[in-house]
Design a protein around this ligand. Structure first.
Ligand SMILES: O=P(O)(O)OC[C@H]1O[C@](O)(COP(=O)(O)O)[C@@H](O)[C@@H]1O
Ligand SMILES: [Mg+2]
Ligand SMILES: [Mg+2]
Length: 321
């Protein structure tokens, strides 16, 4: 029996061992895109609070639905270990699988009920003998890193370590089809993204950098900046891949935010992999993000990424501070 592919990729563009998991990810994402587009027509609220995950975040109905759908699609695709934002521990799928898949099944949960872009972020690694040891490794070892953004169009963007591939979901037949990837991220930018409600809680170097951006042409950076904050990491990443920019989610003094908000294994590492492959840079504010090793599955890390000139400037502010 042949099944219709959910992802049409140029021949040879996906490493052989990753074709089956990529098809599974694409199939579930296409289903999720339909569920998201139908909103309340599906019956019940996709944003209804249904529990808490191990990180203490509220789980919305769509968080749980997406997690269950991705986990259910993986048997037979070569995946041994499944690590999800919505699961306390790594789950074993197929004992003879050779891959580990880490996932943020639904990113940007606070935007589910306001009809703003949300997404899925995924990372594929070589399976080790144990679940935790598969993922507690430098992001540089990833075999694939990518996301799906459910926005005005649904797009899947992925790297296998040799550039960036972009696919758009065709609503006519619900298949992801290849499109040209944007040009490399421009080195210079005049656009930053940060949750400015935390200004007074940031460390001094971040406060100093954002203040200097706000000073505009008259300040030390000598240019007027624009600001964006979507509160969906996938949407911010898609914008920065499309036209450049710099994103910061630094640590702050709120309880639990000592290492920022975003999780290394299934949010920051795959995004950093994509950004580097697109010619940008990703750091913790101080160090290259892909060289850091998380100490636990849901470990958080400060994240700065985007156009190289601004990311490097932010590193310099940290070194000076
Ligand atoms: O609530 P804040 O500070 O705006 O944080 C927004 C950030 O949190 C996230 O929503 C976290 O992801 P989840 O929705 O998967 O927990 C990111 O997508 C986004 O960048
Ligand atoms: Mg997320
Ligand atoms: Mg999530």
């Amino acid at each position: 029996m042949t099944t219709t592919p959910s992802l049409i990729a140029p021949a040879g563009s996906i490493p052989e061992a990753l074709v089956a998991p990529m098809q599974a990810l694409a199939r579930v994402s296409a289903d999720l895109a339909l569920t998201i587009a139908r909103g309340p027509l599906g019956g019940g609220s996709l944003a209804a609070e249904v529990g808490n995950n191990s990180d203490g975040d509220n789980q919305k109905a769509l968080d749980v639905m997406a997690d269950e759908a991705f986990a259910a699609a993986l048997p037979g695709t070569g995946v041994r270990w499944y690590a999800s934002e919505e699961q306390d521990d790594v789950v074993e799928i197929d004992a003879d699988g050779t891959l580990g898949l880490a996932i943020d099944p639904l990113d940007g949960s606070s935007n589910i009920d306001v009809n703003v872009s949300i997404g899925t972020i995924f990372s594929i690694r070589t399976a080790q003998a144990g679940g935790a040891e598969t993922f507690l490794r430098p992001g540089r070892e990833q075999l694939a890193g990518g996301y799906v953004v459910y926005g005005p169009m649904t797009a899947l963007v992925v790297t296998f370590g040799a550039g960036v591939l972009t696919f758009v979901l065709d609503p006519a037949d619900r298949v992801f089809k290849p499109v040209a990837s944007p040009k490399p991220i421009p080195a210079a930018t005049k656009e930053f993204a940060i949750n400015a409600s935390n200004t007074l809680r940031w460390e001094a170097p971040v406060q100093a950098y954002v203040t200097d951006c706000q000073k505009g042409e008259a300040g030390p950076l000598g240019k007027n900046f624009n600001m964006r904050w979507v509160a969906s990491l996938v949407a911010e990443t898609h914008r920065i891949l499309s036209r450049g920019g710099v994103f910061l989610y630094p640590s702050d003094s709120r309880k639990g935010y000592e290492a920022g908000r975003l999780r290394m294994v299934y949010e920051c590492a795959p995004i950093a992999f994509l950004i580097e492959q697109a010619g940008g840079r990703a750091t913790t504010g101080r160090l290259a993000l892909l060289d850091q090793v998380p100490d636990k599955l849901h470990a958080r890390t400060p994240l700065v990424f985007g156009s190289t000139e601004e990311v490097d400037r932010i590193t310099a502010y940290h070194q000076a501070g």
